[in-house]
Structures are given as C-alpha cells and as structure tokens.
Design a binder for this molecule. Structure first.
Ligand SMILES: [Zn+2]
Ligand SMILES: [Zn+2]
Length: 146
C-alpha cells in the first residue's frame, strides 16, 4: 500500500525526542488525529505536555517500509526543514496539498468529498475518516441534497 511518510518537528524537546516520523495513506486524517491527541503514544504525551509541532516534511508515494528505514537510520534532524535542511519541494497530491514555506510544509489542505472545496485540515476535525468538512457535516439534509 502506498501512502505518505511525514515528519513532525516539536517546538520543544520532549525528553530526547524532538521529532515524530509516521506513515499514513490519508495524511490529513492522520494529522487531525495527532492534533486531537490521538494516533500515537509519543504525540499523545507531547500534546499533554503542552508542546506544539509543525508538519515539517512529507515523502509522498511510499510504503510503510520507507518509514521503517528512516526510523532505523535515526537522526531525524538531518532530514528536517524546521532544523535547517532544505529538501526539494514534494510533488502535489490530487487529494491534499501543503504550501511549502522555507521548505517546511504548512497550511495543509484537503478536498471535501461533499462540497469539493479545498479547506484546511482543521475544518475536518471529527469526521476525518469520511473527509467531509464540518460545514457540510453540520448542514441539514435538504442543503446536502442541493
Ligand atoms: Zn526538526
Ligand atoms: Zn464540504
């Protein structure tokens, strides 16, 4: 299965950890889970400690094996734009996109399956599996049919 490896850079170190490397077939949904304090033990405890993070890099079109090999290599800071590394911009995805600022992926957007509008991933909290935006999810049935 092909998905995206992503790198989270913490604003402050948590113990020795300053990064989280993960893989997902649905990156916006996965990032929303992290934001909500779910998804991985490390991001849970980091979230509880009040530490924020940024999505600093993505590797689209790879399998979980790539995540494992990156984790085996260690040294996430050597791959991290937020730590001063300047990778080439990642290719755009038909399903989601991120604006690259100084090589860092920010403003991640995804397309709502109902209204087809592109919105920031934070507009999808709570229903990220179906990737329907909160506006569409809250709308009455009559509006939805329109
Ligand atoms: Zn970093
Ligand atoms: Zn929508």
């Amino acid at each position: 299965m092909v998905g995206t490896v992503y790198l989270l850079h913490f604003d402050a170190p948590f113990g020795h950890a300053k990064h989280y490397t993960g893989w997902s077939a649905d990156l916006p949904a996965r990032l929303a889970e992290h934001e909500a304090g779910r998804g991985a033990r490390l991001t849970e405890v980091v979230c509880d400690a009040g530490i924020r993070w940024v999505l600093s890099r993505t590797w689209p079109g790879v399998t979980r094996d790539y995540e494992r090999s990156l984790k085996r290599q260690g040294g996430a800071a050597r791959r991290c734009p937020a730590c001063g590394v300047h990778p080439r911009p990642a290719p755009l995805s038909p399903h989601w996109s991120a604006v690259l600022v100084n090589g860092c992926a920010v403003n991640l957007e995804a397309e709502c399956r109902r209204c087809k509008q592109r919105k920031p991933i934070f507009a999808f909290l709570g229903n990220t599996r179906r990737r329907i935006c909160t506006t569409c999810a809250d709308a009455p049935a009559s509006v939805r049919a329109a």
